[in-house]
Design a protein. Sequence first.
Length: 665
Amino acid sequence: MDNNSVLEKEYEDISGVTEINDEGIKKHFKNIEPWQPLFELVWNGFDANANRVDVEIVENQLQGVENVFIFDDGRGINPILLKETFGRFNESEKHEDAAQHGAHGKGRLAFHCICNLATWYTKNSSGCAEISINSNNLKNYSGKLLPIDAQHPKLKTVTQGTYISLSRFTSNLPSLLDLREKFAIEFGWLLALDSNKTITVNGTKITTPCHEIIKENINIGQNHFSVSVIRWIDRPSSEISYIYLLNSDGHIVHKQLSTLNNKKSFFTSIFISSAWADAFQPKENLFFPDAHSSDSPEWKSLIQKLNEITQTIYENFLRQQVEVVVENYFKDGLFPTYSELSVDEGVWRLKNARALVRNIYMADPSIFNAASKKQRKIIIRLLDRLAVSNENESLLDILNSVLELDAKALSTLSDLLRQTTLDNIITTIEVLFRRQAVANKIKTLMNEHYKEVKETPDLQKIIENNTWIFGCSYETLGAEEDSFTKIARDLRNNIKTINNLSKDDIEGDDIAGAKRQTDLFLARRFPTIGPNGQQIYRCIVIEIKRPSISLNVKHLRQLDDYADIIKRHPEFSSDKLHFELILVGRKISSSDTEINSRLNGQLSKGELGLVSEDNKMKRYVLNWYTLLDSFELSNNFMLEKLKLKRSLYETETRQELVAELQQPQ
C-alpha cells in the first residue's frame, strides 16, 4: 500500500485488541518505580532508531504532574502494521536486533502505573496515525489514520517521528533534578556509545554519568578491533556489563555478557568496533554459512585478549578501591590495637596486617564483602595472629585451598608472607638492639653515677618505657589507671618506715646525698588469663629503691608489710585480683642474709627474684645487675638466632630476585 492509498482512507479506524487481558498485562509491572514508564517510552524511541528524544513535564499550580510529552525522531509507528505492534504483548516485530532494548513489545503499556491515558501521534513513510489507550481497559487500543493536515503540530516539521502524551496522572514524579540524574544513569551507556544521540528533559540535555574510558587496539590476524571499555562510577539502572560489537556503520550487531558481571561496585560497558563485524550474523542463521559469528576463531581469540584487558582494569580498580576499604576497616576498629606491644612493634604489626588484608582483598574481595562487620573483625584478627606466627606458610596453604588462587595471586601472597617473616625478623632485631643499648646505659648509670642521681623521678620515663627489663611478661604495662594507682600508692605510704634511711641502708656515709634522692613507684592493673584459664586482673606493683641504697632485711619486711596491707584492704579482696610485688634496688647488701635465704628457698620455682608466693600474691626482690645480666644473656642468644634466620631469608630473596631478573622480558 502506497501513501496515496492510505491518505484516501483519512479517518479509517485502526483500533484493535491486545492479545492478552488486563490482569495479564498488569502482573508484568509490579513494584515498578514511577519514572520507569518514562524510560520504557524513551527506549521505544531509541529502538526505532531515534537520535533525539525530548521529554517535557508539565506541572499544575500545586506542583503535581499535569502532563508528560515525549517526542522522538525515530522511524515512527507503521499504522498498517499496528496489529504487529500494539496488538501484541511480550512479543513484537523487533527480532534478532542486538541494538534493541524493548524486544518484547510490552514497555509501552507501563504508563498505566502512573497515569490513566496515553496517546501516541506518529508519522512515517506509511502515513500518520493517532493511537490511544486507557488504563481502565489496557487490552483495547483505539486508533485512526490521520490526513497530513490533521497531524500533530509537533510532527509537521519532521519526516518521521512519534509524539506521546500522558495525562490524568495518578502518581507523582521525582523533582526535575532527580529525574535528570536517573535518566543519566539509565541511558548513560547509550549516550557514551553514540555521541549523535541526545535526550533532553524540559530542555536540559542529559549528560553522560561519571565514568572513565580505557581504549585499546587488538589485532587478530588481518582484522583490527578498536576496544572502548567504559567503567561507570555508579551502576546503570538497566544496564549490566555487556560486550557490544559494532560494524563499520556503528550499528550494534551482537552483544553478550562480560565475564566481570556481579563484581561489587564494578560496572562496565565494552564496545568493539571493526569492519570484521560487517559480515557478522547470529550463529543460528543458516542462510549465511560463511558469515562471522560468535563461534568464529577470530571472535574467540578476541574475547580471550579482551578478558585479559578487562581483568587488568578490574585489578587496577581494586587497587584504588582496596585503599578506601582498608582505611574504613581501620576506622571501624576491625584491626587490633596492639596496646600490649611497644609503639614500634605496634606500628609494624598494623602495617603488616593492613598489607595482608589488602592482598587478600585483591585476590578475592568477596571474602570481606560477603561478611558482616563482626565476621570481618574476626577474620582480620585471625590473619594478623597467623601471619606473625610460625604458621604463616600454613596460612598460605589455607588461603590457596579456599580461594583457588591463580599462579599470579598465589605468588603475590607467598611473597607477602615471606616478606612478612623477613620484616618481622629485621624488626625484632632492631628492637633487641635498641633494648641492648638501653640496658648498657642503665648499667653505666648504676655503675658510675648512682651517687649523683639526685632525682630518681628522672628515671621514671626510662622505666615506664622499658618495663621489658623485668622480664618478657612485663614488656608493656600500659598507661596508669588512676584509681588503682592512687589506692596502691596510699597503701604504700601507710608503711611507717618506707622513707626512713639509716647508715645500714647506705654503702658509704653519704646519707645526705641519699636523702636528696627519691624512690620510684609503679602500679598497674590489666586483664589477663590466669593459670587455670580463667580471666583475672593482673596487678603489678614495682618499688624501685633509690640507686644509693643497698637492699637489706628492712626493705624485705617493708615488702611483707605492704603485702599484708593489700590483703586486708576491702577493694583488693576480690579473687579476681592477683598481685605481683617487685622490690628493685641497685644491689643487695653484702651484710644481709635474709634476702638471699628467701631467694634460695624459692629456687625450685624457677622464677627470677621470687622470695614468697601464696594463693593470689607473689613477691620478688631483684637487683639491677641480675636483671641486666639476665636480659643480656637471653638477648644475645635471640640475636644470634635471628641473624642466622635473617641471612637465610635474605639469601633466598636475593637468589629469587636475580633469577627473576634473568628471565627474558
